[in-house]
Each structure stands twice: as structure tokens, then as C-alpha cells.
Design a protein around this ligand. Structure first.
Ligand code: BGC
Length: 368
């Protein structure tokens, strides 16, 4: 009798154990978004190396969550680290990722030299490298490049400044360029200079200053722009600032000197940038739909990590050594007239955040 009971108990325990196991299996299959260490052991690994959190808020607030989601949805195990502007940290993060078994590295380089070293090391160990947002020059070790048409970003900024200045003949322009070590900064500048140079040549505009901001450092941008104001006796009528952070530095310097608002450009459609537009301190920003960029990069990474050949359309971009198969998304300009056009997109600030607190009154004036 008691023997039979214990047999039943054993059988019941076995059934329970089997159903628990089955449930676990189900769970694993259906919740590919669960990256929690234990369950994801057999998923291919992808590492994302972000550059810093200060040169633009985009990296931590937009790129990180969107990449995390897209990679996990694709069924890979994603690890995202941020080098906080330190090249040797990024190098170590790359090595660590390879040691941990990453099959693909999504790299936002801090400059082409350090990026090329990371890519070469990865290649030597059979790890694929996708340049994310910033192209690494002069290496044969990058497999793909995913970004925006960055010359077009610059053209939108240049045209935006022209539109905001209207007919102001002889307008005095200061250019605050991005980091000289970022290939994107070169492309942005090529873009806006293609619009501004003819204006300088015709005398419509006068270039009063033109400086690069090391590492896109917003603090350094403030100092540089203060010096520009000092040198020009405050006679600046428009600022071509290469992103919202640099634009905000110029705006802060103007405010400190109690100078009137002038057209200032930007990029990234950050919360601060859009609020500056609503308040009339900034004339435009460039919105880059980062969701598309993250999805395209994640799609490539997932295929490569699974050992498949990606089936996306690419364009060849010359990095000085080879033609890198590339996916380039399209940027758009945002001014006070079309701020509301992108509400609801996951990579764009919400109306609630933009119009919070002191900005509410100006939102009302714009009908937001
Ligand atoms: C990116 C910009 C960003 C800047 C500073 C560039 O490479 O394309 O979106 O504002 O870096 O981080």
C-alpha cells in the first residue's frame, strides 16, 4: 500500500517536472526579448559599443533602448557598453566582448584610428564589425556601415540657417563644428559649407569664425563660443552649430551676455533642442529617425551572428581602403512649423515632455 503510494508520488513528481521543463522551453522560445543571462546561453551574441553619454543624449536615451529591443527581438543576446569617451576603455570593451563570445560588434568609434584597431582585432578572430553611425576610415576590417546621409544632414543645417536669416544682407556667421576626429563631423561640414560658401563668396553672408569642438564636448563649445563673441564684439547674427548640444552651448553664452535671440542650428531632435526651438532660441534641428538606423543595424547584426548572409540593399561607401556595404537613412529638418509632425515616434521627444513646465506657454503660442 505505502509502496504504491510512493510510486504514485514519484509519477506525479515526474509529470510535474516534465511540465515545468516544457513550460521553460516554451518560455524560452516565445520570450526572445528576455536576455536574462541563464536562458540565453545558446543565443548568438552581439556586442554594441557606444561612444559616450555627453556629446549627445541620443546614445543612452534613444540608441541604447532601441538597439537592445531590436537585437533581442531578433533572437540574439545583446550586451551594450559605453566607453564614456575613453578610447582604451572602448578597446577593452571590444576585447571583453570577443572573449565573451560575441559574433558581431556594432561599433560607434571614438576616432578612426582606435576604431580601425578594434575592427582589425575583431577580424583576426572571425568577429564581424558593423560601423554604427560613424564610418571607420582606412581599414579593411569593417564589414558594414549603417548611418544617415550625413552630407544631407549638413545641407539641411546650412539651408535651415539661410531660411532663418531670411534677407539679412551681410549676416555674420559663426560655425561651431563637431569633433575633428569624427568622420560625420567632416560630412556635416561638407554639407553646410556647400550651402554657405556661395553666400560668403557673394557677400550675402560674412564668416566671422569657424572652429571645431574637440570630442563634441559641450563645455568646450561654451568656452569656444564665448571667445567667438568676445573676439567679434558680440557681432554674430547666426550660428551653424553641428548638433543640439553645441547649439545649446551657443544659446547659453548668448543668454549669459543678455544678447538677443539669433538663429542657431542643431541636430538630433533632442528634447532640449526642440524646447529651444519652441522658445525661439534655436531655429532648427535635424531629426534622424534612429529607430530605422537601429533596426537596420540590428537586422544585419542578427543575420551575421547567425552565420547567414544579410539580404538587405546596400550602397558602397569608400572608407579610403575599401568600399563598405552601407545602409543610409534619410534625415529631415525640424523647425517651429513642423515640430508636431513626428510626435508618437519612439525616437522623438513626446509633446508632454516638450511642453512641460515653463515651455507650456510657448507651446500654446505655436498651437502645440
Ligand atoms: C552623430 C550625431 C551626434 C554626434 C555627437 C555624430 O557622429 O551622428 O548624431 O550628435 O556624433 O555624439
Amino acid at each position: 500500500m505505502s509502496k504504491r503510494r510512493s510510486l504514485w508520488a514519484l509519477a506525479a513528481a515526474a509529470v510535474l517536472a516534465m511540465s515545468v521543463l516544457a513550460a521553460c522551453g516554451d518560455d524560452d522560445n516565445s520570450s526572445s526579448s528576455d536576455s536574462g543571462g541563464g536562458g540565453g546561453g545558446d543565443k548568438p551574441k552581439v556586442a554594441v559599443l557606444l561612444p559616450d553619454s555627453k556629446s549627445s543624449v541620443r546614445w543612452e536615451t534613444v540608441d541604447r533602448p532601441l538597439l537592445q529591443k531590436a537585437l533581442e527581438t531578433g533572437g540574439v543576446d545583446a550586451t551594450i557598453t559605453n566607453a564614456e569617451g575613453d578610447k582604451s576603455t572602448q578597446q577593452q570593451q571590444a576585447e571583453q566582448a570577443i572573449t565573451n563570445g560575441a559574433k558581431v560588434i556594432l561599433l560607434v568609434n571614438l576616432d578612426s584610428g582606435s576604431g580601425a584597431a578594434i575592427a582589425a582585432n575583431a577580424k583576426s578572430q572571425g568577429v564581424k564589425v558593423i560601423d554604427y553611425d560613424r564610418l571607420t576610415l582606412d581599414t579593411d576590417a569593417n564589414d558594414y556601415y549603417v548611418s544617415f546621409d550625413n552630407t544631407q544632414v549638413g545641407k539641411l543645417q546650412g539651408q535651415g540657417l539661410v531660411d532663418c536669416l531670411g534677407d539679412k544682407k551681410g549676416a555674420r556667421i559663426a560655425e561651431l563644428n563637431g569633433s575633428p576626429t569624427d568622420n560625420n563631423a567632416t560630412l556635416f561640414k561638407n554639407g553646410y559649407d556647400s550651402v554657405l560658401k556661395p553666400k560668403y563668396a557673394s557677400g550675402d553672408f560674412v564668416k566671422v569664425d569657424d572652429q571645431s569642438v574637440p570630442d563634441w564636448d559641450n563645455q568646450k563649445a561654451l568656452t569656444i563660443f564665448e571667445q567667438m563673441l568676445q573676439k567679434s564684439s558680440n557681432k554674430i547674427d547666426g550660428v551653424l552649430a553641428a548638433n543640439d548640444g553645441l547649439g545649446n552651448a551657443a544659446i547659453s553664452a548668448l543668454k549669459q551676455r543678455k544678447l538677443p535671440q539669433i538663429p542657431v542650428t542643431g541636430q538630433d531632435a533632442t528634447l532640449e533642442g526642440i524646447q529651444n526651438i519652441v522658445n525661439g532660441d534655436q531655429c532648427m534641428t535635424v531629426y534622424k529617425a534612429i529607430q530605422k538606423e537601429a533596426d537596420a543595424a540590428a537586422g544585419l547584426a542578427v543575420s551575421l551572428a547567425k552565420g547567414e548572409t544579410p539580404s538587405v540593399d546596400t550602397v558602397p561607401i569608400d572608407n579610403g581602403t575599401h568600399k563598405v556595404p552601407s545602409v543610409l537613412e534619410t534625415p529631415v529638418a525640424v523647425t517651429k512649423d513642423n515640430i508636431d509632425q513626428y510626435f508618437g515616434n519612439p525616437d522623438y521627444p513626446t509633446k508632454e515632455d516638450i511642453c512641460a513646465g515653463k515651455v507650456a506657454a510657448n507651446c500654446d503660442k505655436l498651437g502645440l
